[in-house]
Design a binder for this molecule. Structure first.
Ligand code: SF4
Length: 334
């Protein structure tokens, strides 16, 4: 197997987000995502679609067969370099054929591997194929691509919002039936604002999706969008913070919409505290569930002694201090 090809296909899979902290480890040529050492590699970088931000359709691509893909995975696994796999691909043929190949690679791997497997569902995949993928994977996902549905035609002439939505509903049903998770991702920085992103989250979390990932737009040479502006890291960080507040703190999306404006200009939790006040300890920016528990979930414990205690325990208290009694804002609330 040509190692350079494997490396190129792995590098190009960077646009398929599996976790906000997923990073490519150049020394080992694999991705690390939390505790996972992930074999995240495209089956093919050839693509007949025409997503205008994507590298693949505008460059000569290359591909692996399902057998080669599985072989590469086991080779790296034997060396202890990977312990999990995420299979995705460009659409090098008709979508059903591509989905069949992804499933076949998954099956070949599954025969001798019981660890984490994530399979990408291709727009145009059949319902039976989604069921088959759900039977062998731990997670399946389809890319929704854009936050504002009306932007999809402008970004890609082939993908249809109806097609994606229909598949997302099938995926939700199969994922539930098989007790696995399903996720989606959008590219952020294509002209949508944070209100669009929040509305998107409202709809897709309502559809039962377990996670939404944000792929920051990067202008790539040789693509129709090569002269557009790169999306800032700060925006992505704030969107993930908002996502965390929705999923973990149960914050109502309408509250986030009320404070977001066109774009969050700082940490959404700070904006919520300033606009809606603080009712519980966990509402204080800088305090999470862990610190709140250590303070016995009692707002009165957030005094200078409490803060010193948290600092000694290794918490970053910079944000919390801004909300200390004596500082006008917090003293008004407790
Ligand atoms: S479907 Fe679109 S995003 Fe995916 S590889 Fe093809 S052009 Fe790129």
């Amino acid at each position: 197997m040509e190692l350079r090809k494997l490396l190129r296909l792995s590098l190009l899979s960077v646009f398929d987000v599996c976790h906000e902290r997923c990073r490519f480890d150049f020394s080992r040529a694999v991705y690390t995502s939390g505790r996972l050492k992930l074999f995240k590699c495209l089956m093919s970088s050839k693509c007949l679609f025409d997503c205008r931000y994507c590298y693949n359709p505008w460059h000569r691509g290359e591909m692996l067969t399902p057998r080669e893909y599985a072989k590469a995975f086991f080779l790296l696994k034997e060396k202890g370099l990977v312990d999990s796999v995420f299979i995705s691909s460009g659409i090098y043929s008709d979508p059903e054929k591509v989905m069949d190949d992804i499933i076949e690679a998954g099956r070949l791997i599954r025969k001798n591997f019981s660890g984490y497997m994530h399979l990408k569902i291709i727009p145009g995949a059949g319902r039976d194929q989604i069921r088959e993928a759900a039977e062998i994977a731990n997670r399946i996902s389809i890319n929704a691509e854009v936050a504002r549905e009306s932007m999809l035609d402008e970004v890609c002439s082939v993908k249809s919002k109806l097609d994606i939505k229909r598949r997302a509903n099938w995926i939700a049903r199969e994922a539930k039936k098989h007790g696995i998770s399903h996720t989606t991702q959008i590219v952020v920085g294509l002209g949508e604002n944070d209100q669009d992103v929040l509305s998107f989250m409202e709809k897709w979390y309502g559809r039962g999706v377990s996670r939404i990932y944000f792929s920051p737009f990067r202008p790539l040479k040789g693509t129709p969008y090569e002269n557009r502006k790169r999306e800032s890291k700060k925006r992505i960080v704030n969107l993930y913070r908002a996502d965390w507040l929705i999923r973990k703190y149960g914050v109502d999306i309408s509250k986030l919409k009320a404070v977001a404006g066109e774009r969050f200009d700082c940490d959404p939790k700070v904006l919520l505290a300033l606009n809606f006040g603080i009712e519980e300890l966990k509402d204080i920016p800088g305090i999470g569930f862990k610190a709140a528990k250590l303070m016995n979930n009692d707002l009165r414990n957030i005094n200078s002694t409490g803060i010193v205690r948290l600092k000694k325990m290794g918490f970053n208290v910079k944000k919390i201090s801004a909300f200390l009694p004596g500082q006008k804002r917090l003293s008004e609330w407790i």
